[in-house]
Design a protein around this ligand. Structure first.
Ligand SMILES: CC(C)(COP(=O)(O)OP(=O)(O)OC[C@H]1O[C@@H](n2cnc3c(N)ncnc32)[C@H](O)[C@@H]1OP(=O)(O)O)[C@@H](O)C(=O)NCCC(=O)NCCS
Length: 219
């Protein structure tokens, strides 16, 4: 893992310029990084973004949408950039756990023994990945979302605020686990589940407005 236990004044470029990006910037500052600036083709009004990638800088992608985060991460890797993980000083990672590059761990996030968390994954405050779990790339755990042991979670899956997952369950890729849901069985790819115990939600998806990263020129 390119981990930020110690930024030591090195430059960090943050991809994304909205809410989550500012949370990451704050933590990066606590870790001794110099936040060189933000890159976003569609930043909030009044926020100046970078016009070029500063030399000798590392990068992290701070975009909440899992699919978009994966896309931007991939472009940066292709461009040869170094992606780092930023861990809040209160986050705890077992010495026997692994964390991929470009992850963000917020306040009191925990990864327990023998677990792996792949690249670009976001653990919000108080999220718990229990022991012997495998969490795929570009997953988001909302605040206080938690798994029991021996859980696997596929890529780009979202666990909403306070969602819980019974030990030994397997959740596929591209799933959405509703806020407060309790998963007590396996969840197939691309499914949305809600409630306690979690059941499928079948309806047309709404999509939020996203920046047009196809228009971005700074990689
Ligand atoms: C489950 C979820 C993904 C569905 O989102 P969506 O597809 O936009 O669904 P909608 O908001 O249109 O809701 C559809 C229906 O499900 C209900 N619903 C939505 N989320 C629910 C939840 N978590 N628990 C129970 N019911 C829920 C809504 O009330 C609505 O019911 P209705 O049709 O009777 O009015 C979303 O509501 C959710 O819980 N996301 C988690 C977000 C989160 O915690 N993110 C953390 C990031 S830091």
């Amino acid at each position: 893992m390119n981990e930020d236990r110690d930024g030591r004044g090195r430059n960090l470029v943050i991809y994304g310029a909205w809410r989550y990006a500012h949370v990451v910037a704050e933590t990066a500052g606590m870790r001794g990084w110099n936040v060189a600036g933000f890159v976003d083709p569609d930043p909030p009004d009044g926020l100046n973004t970078l016009t070029e990638f500063p030399a000798d800088s590392a990068a992290i992608v701070a975009i909440g949408d899992n699919g978009l985060r994966a896309f931007v991460y991939d472009q940066l890797l292709k461009g040869g950039r170094t992606l780092v993980s930023i861990l809040h000083p209160t986050a705890l990672v077992s010495p026997s756990a692994t964390v991929g590059d470009g992850c963000y761990l917020a306040e009191y996030a925990v990864i327990r023994a023998n677990s792996s968390v792949a690249a670009g994954t976001l653990l919000n405050s108080g999220a718990v990945v229990s022991h012997d779990c495998h969490v795929g790339p570009f997953v988001t755990f909302g605040p206080n979302a938690a798994t029991g042991g021996y859980v696997s979670i596929g890529e780009r899956t979202l666990l909403g605020v306070g969602a819980s997952v019974r030990p030994h369950c397997s959740i596929g890729s591209g799933c959405r686990i509703g806020a407060g849901a309790a998963v007590v069985g396996d969840v197939q790819d691309e499914m949305t589940v809600i409630n306690v115990p979690a059941k499928p939600l079948n309806h047309n998806l709404r999509t939020d407005k996203q920046s047009d990263w196809g228009a971005n020129r700074i990689w």
